[in-house]
Every structure is written in structure tokens, then in C-alpha cells.
Design a protein around this ligand. Structure first.
Ligand code: ADP
Ligand code: MG
Length: 352
């Protein structure tokens, strides 16, 4: 290859590094890393998603797939940019090894981390977030775009706590009437039809509606702090999703209004599932109750959960097995079990 032919491959990277100074890491994905960066000329801060299309750990097919899906991600971002609740793509560069996608910097980070800090959100705060999220989904669907990876990690917060939807890595523009079959997304947020069609060749496939299922999962999670479908064994979690097997048993739901519970039920359209819950039971607070079951008292529960999230919150994100639901299992052994066998030793150590 002559130098002239090589040049265009380098140009993109050179242009990016000429214009921006990359700084600390804000987030990581399978083949991408997101860094804060500074525009040299203006000193303004941005976030750059650097997508590696050469990684030694991936097969040529996987790399080809990343390259195709990044091109798709860029074209969708360009098509939806400008919406008040969608992250703005400001600049974009491509070289033979990397893509550089420059976004507005969301200093408040992910809704996921905000929720971890707060444990649960008030109905008012959840309502504002859900209204904005549903407006974005309606906007995307009106353009026949399906996001396919809606989750609190992909919802970012700006300085004024407005939400901005990001990560269009699994997004697609659908031809009218076209159905999808591909199994993609994040396990806890997958709609049952995505799972069903991957197991049954005669299944007609899924459409844009899968985003609404994920929105329901997000709403449930914001209100109770813990996702509706979770099991340490992933197969059992997928079974729960396919059976529509969720409940309002957790203590967090006792403090929630009837309206929001009704909305959750209607939303997830699990009409065939009989849901039993007992949320009107008022418990008088006595010293005995406090000693016997401190976790049952809202104020004290908030303090306990807040401390637990402070201590364990950073582990929650590390992998599929480490779900925030584990923090709500209310048993240290169950939670440590969910972190993997490395932690088994903990139980063999005498307490200091
Ligand atoms: P992936 O496809 O690897 O999940 P994302 O686009 O979701 O990539 O980015 C990964 C993480 O990087 C996000 O979850 C978030 O924590 C951080 N991030 C992404 N974009 C921004 C941004 N514009 N401002 C601040 N943080 C961001
Ligand atoms: Mg993401």
C-alpha cells in the first residue's frame, strides 16, 4: 500500500487528537471507552466515545459487526440529534482502528448512579423522568427507530438533572411492518417476545414495542430501587420475564401510592397475572418493632439501604451476576454469593 493510500486511515485520528485533548475515563463498554475531553481551541469539555475496531480479543466477524453497528449508531444519532432529551453528537472522526464520537458532556453521569446514590426516587421525580423518557421513545418510534437498550445506565443527566438518552449502539431504523428476531439488549430489560422468538422459529418476531417493556422495567426500578426480574441464575431470571413473574412484595412498595402500582400493572400488560400485595397495613412503631424488624420501618430502611449502597454500590455494575437486586436480598450471604466464589473465603474468616 502506498503512503497516499494509507493517509486517509490516519487522518481521522490525527484530526481528532489535533482538535481535542482526551482526559479521564467516564465509562467503558465491550469495545469502547468514553473519556472526558477538552476542545483545544475553546477549552470546552466534551465526552468522546472511542470505539476500537482492531481489538485482539475479538474475531474478524465480531470486529466487522462492531464496525457496521457503529456506522449505524452514527447515522441514527445524526438523524435524532437536536431532541431535548437525546444526547447531542457534535463531532465524529473515523480511522482504520478507531471511531471517535464527540458528545456533549453529561457531568451528572448516569441515571443508574444517581439511583444508586438515592436508593429509590420519589413518585414525583420518577414521574418527571418517565415523562421525558416516554417522550423520547415516542419521538424515536415516530421515526420508526427502535432503541433496544433502554436502561438506567444509558440515560444520562445534564447539569439541570434533565435526562438525555444515549447509547444507540443497538438502535435500528425499521422498515414499516418489518419484524426483528435478533437477541440483543441487556438481560433484565429484555421483553418476553425477544426471548420467545430466539427459542421458537415459528415466532413472528418483535417490533418497536420492546422499548416500552424496558421503560416499564425502568419505572419499577426507579420506584423500588430493585429491578422486577432478577435471579442469581440467569436462566431463571429469563423464565421470570417470560412468565411475567414479578410482584410488589418488597417493602419499598408499601410506601407507594395505589395509582403508581396500578400504572405499573397496566403498563406491563400482565393482566393474566394475579398480583397479591398488602400495602395498606400500617404498623405502629414501638420499641419492640424497632428491635425486632428495624428494616420494616421506612426511615430506618432508607438509612440502612443508603449505607449498603455506599459500601457495595460500586460492585453492582461489574457484571451480570452483580445486580442491584442482590443488595435488596437482605442477607449478606446471598449478596456475597452473588459476587462469586472469590468471596466465599469471607465466611471462613473470623470477625475481628
Ligand atoms: P456502551 O455502548 O459501551 O455501553 P455508552 O455510549 O453507553 O457505551 O457509554 C458508556 C458509558 O460512558 C455510559 O454509560 C456513561 O457512564 C458514560 N458516558 C457516555 N456518554 C457520556 C456523556 N456524553 N457524558 C458523560 N458520560 C458519558
Ligand atoms: Mg451503554
Amino acid at each position: 500500500m502506498t503512503r497516499e493510500e494509507e493517509m486517509p486511515d490516519w487522518e481521522g485520528a490525527q484530526e481528532f487528537y489535533g482538535k481535542y485533548d482526551p482526559k479521564d475515563i467516564l465509562g467503558r463498554g465491550v469495545s469502547s471507552v468514553v473519556r472526558r475531553c477538552i476542545e483545544r481551541k475553546t477549552d470546552r469539555e466534551y465526552a468522546v466515545k472511542i470505539i476500537d475496531i482492531t481489538s485482539e480479543h475479538l474475531t474478524p466477524e465480531e470486529l466487522e459487526e462492531i464496525s457496521t453497528s457503529t456506522t449505524q449508531e452514527i447515522s441514527i444519532l445524526k438523524a435524532v440529534s437536536g431532541h431535548p432529551h437525546i444526547i447531542s453528537l457534535n463531532d465524529c472522526y473515523e480511522s482504520s482502528s478507531f471511531y471517535f464520537l464527540v458528545f456533549d458532556l453529561m457531568k451528572r453521569g448516569e441515571l443508574f448512579d444517581y439511583l444508586t446514590e438515592k436508593v429509590t426516587l420519589s413518585e414525583k421525580e420518577a414521574r418527571n423522568i418517565m415523562r421525558a423518557l416516554l417522550e423520547v421513545v415516542q419521538f424515536l418510534h415516530s421515526k420508526n427507530i427502535v432503541h433496544r437498550d433502554l436502561k438506567p445506565e444509558n440515560v444520562l443527566l445534564d447539569d439541570n438533572m434533565n435526562i438525555k438518552l444515549s447509547d444507540f449502539g443497538f438502535s435500528l431504523q425499521l422498515d414499516p411492518g418489518k419484524k426483528l428476531r435478533e437477541l440483543c439488549g441487556t438481560p433484565g430489560y429484555l421483553a418476553p417476545e425477544i426471548l420467545l422468538c430466539s427459542m421458537d422459529e415459528t415466532h413472528p418476531g418483535y417490533g418497536k414495542e420492546v422499548d416500552l417493556w424496558s421503560c416499564g422495567v425502568i419505572m419499577y426500578t426507579l420506584l423500588s430501587g430493585s429491578p422486577p426480574f432478577w435471579h442469581r441464575k440467569q436462566m431463571l431470571m429469563l423464565r421470570m420475564i417470560m412468565d411475567g413473574n414479578y410482584n410488589f412484595d418488597s417493602l419499598e412498595w408499601q410506601d407507594r401510592s395505589d395509582t403508581v402500582k396500578d400504572l405499573t400493572i397496566i403498563w406491563t400488560v400482565l393482566a393474566s397475572v394475579r398480583i397479591y400485595y398488602n400495602y395498606r397495613r400500617a404498623k405502629p412503631l414501638t420499641k419492640q418493632v424497632l428491635i425486632r424488624d428495624p428494616y420494616a420501618i421506612k426511615g430506618i430502611r432508607k438509612v440502612i439501604d443508603g449505607c449498603a449502597f455506599k459500601v457495595y454500590g460500586h460492585w453492582v455494575k461489574k457484571g451480570l451476576q452483580q445486580n442491584r437486586a442482590a443488595l435488596f436480598e437482605n442477607s449478606p450471604k446471598a449478596f456475597l454469593f452473588s459476587l462469586g466464589s472469590d468471596f466465599d473465603d469471607v465466611f471462613e474468616q473470623p470477625l475481628e
